[in-house]
Write a protein that binds this ligand. Structure first.
Ligand SMILES: Nc1ccn([C@@H]2O[C@H](COP(=O)(O)OP(=O)(O)OP(=O)(O)O)[C@@H](O)[C@H]2O)c(=O)n1
Ligand SMILES: C[C@](O)(CO)[C@H](O)COP(=O)(O)O
Length: 376
């Protein structure tokens, strides 16, 4: 079934204060929007980001990524409708609708909601109300409200695409959420277990709460990689995916890209998934002369499959020659492309070993790398 997530991000975040709309403010080192969007990557086929026409930098930035962008409206329901319209030609069967302001949403909540659509026309996470409920007038309690059968509604709310698109088109407006729109059209909505951590950033103090939740749930992994290749005949070396002219070549079973091998091993190391030789044995003739980006792509894919996001990578090449400095930026950009990361998440640097040891004598090149992976 073709799936999509519509992430509504056109609100102005008035109640959160702070001047800048809450989705563009920083939470635990990254913008709220980045956390939220990343949670849906790999779980759905398409992501639609609904943006305000006022947020010009976001249009430019996210337009360069693999997302569908569309303009939101002055109310949430209008923004959702715009997201649904943007998906019209994509043959979507299941669609999730999520607030950008819920960055702590877990993979479990997303997959449960999506999974419930196998047997239900609509499903959404809800939390049974456990606190007593009062009615009040300014600072006085005026009564107690029966909490039986009451739930706090969360997102993502999931629907069969055709049904929710028709329901929104027919709705007069003024809905609290998409479940209300669906129910008004006679669609039955199943409740999947919500998550107390799936808070919506609404007021200023919610930023601290969300940061605490993220800190508690975050699994940060570090891995290191080390590799050496000796020089042999040749007129160039391949380092971090870039061909560098040199009076020697590097010897190896593959293309001997010592830098990329160290980075690949650092990722496998962080995942506790062995090393490059285990995944691509040097005894296997199919890897003879292979481009090392095959290995790096595999490690990156494995990280994604295991639910990790690569936060950053740092790679150091150790050699007297060739000089790395003039090529370091191209190496960084090439690895960013292969790993689908931003350039500022990758560092490629070099050092000599002061003419000491095998690298100092020009017998080969060594490389060290560190990778930081995060699961939240
Ligand atoms: N015209 C709107 C209003 C809201 N939203 C989105 O709907 C979600 C939930 O709304 P809310 O928390 O009310 O966000 P804001 O409208 O931004 O906040 P406020 O009401 O405090 O201004 C948010 O992800 C928000 O960006 C939207 O896309 N378009
Ligand atoms: C859709 C929603 O997140 C469900 O809880 C919520 O209703 C939207 O936010 P608002 O604060 O009600 O605008």
């Amino acid at each position: 079934m073709t799936t999509a997530a519509i992430i509504v991000a056109a609100g102005r975040g008035q109640r959160a204060g702070g001047g800048t709309p809450k989705q563009w403010r920083t939470l635990a080192g990254r913008r709220v929007a980045d956390w939220t969007i990343d949670q849906f990557r790999g779980l759905v086929d398409h992501i639609v980001l609904v943006l305000s026409p006022q947020d010009a930098p976001a249009w430019e930035e996210f337009g360069a990524l693999d997302m569908i962008l569309t303009a939101g409206s002055t109310d949430r329901a209008g923004s959702v409708r715009s997201g649904l319209d943007a998906l019209e030609a994509f043959g979507i069967e299941k669609v999730l609708i999520h607030d950008i302001a819920r960055p702590c949403v877990s993979t479990r909540v997303i997959t449960d909601t999506l999974g419930a659509l196998d047997t239900h026309a609509a499903a959404a996470p809800g939390l049974a109300v456990t606190d007593a409920l009062w009615t009040g007038d300014t600072d006085l309690v005026t009564g107690t409200q029966d909490r039986t059968g009451l739930y706090a509604a969360q997102t993502p709310q999931g629907f069969r695409y055709d049904a929710i698109a028709a329901a929104h088109a027919a709705h007069p407006g003024g809905s609290a959420d998409d479940v209300e729109v669906a129910r008004a059209a006679g669609i039955e909505v199943a409740i999947v277990p919500g998550d107390p951590d799936n808070i919506k950033i609404t007021r200023p103090e919610d930023f601290d709460r969300a940061e605490r939740i993220m800190g508690m749930n975050m699994d940060v992994r570090l891995g290191n990689g080390y590799d050496v290749h000796r020089f042999g005949d040749g007129d160039h070396v391949i380092l971090c995916g870039v061909k560098v002219p040199h009076n020697r070549g590097l010897q190896g079973h593959s293309d001997a890209d010592v830098g990329m091998h160290a980075v690949t091993d650092a990722i496998y190391g962080a995942l506790a998934q062995g090393d490059i030789g285990q995944h691509f044995p040097p005894t296997d003739p199919q890897w003879k002369g292979a481009a090392s980006e095959i290995f790096l792509r595999h490690a990156v894919e494995l990280a994604g499959q295991l639910g990790y996001r690569i936060s950053n990578v740092d790679c150091t090449l150790v050699c007297e020659f060739p000089k790395i400095g003039p090529h370091a930026h191209s190496m960084r950009d090439q690895m960013a492309l292969i790993m689908d990361l931003r350039a500022d998440q990758i560092s490629v640097k070099a050092t000599t070993s002061e003419r000491l040891g095998f690298t100092g004598r020009g017998e080969g090149i060594a490389s060290l790398a560190t990778a930081c992976l995060v699961k939240s």
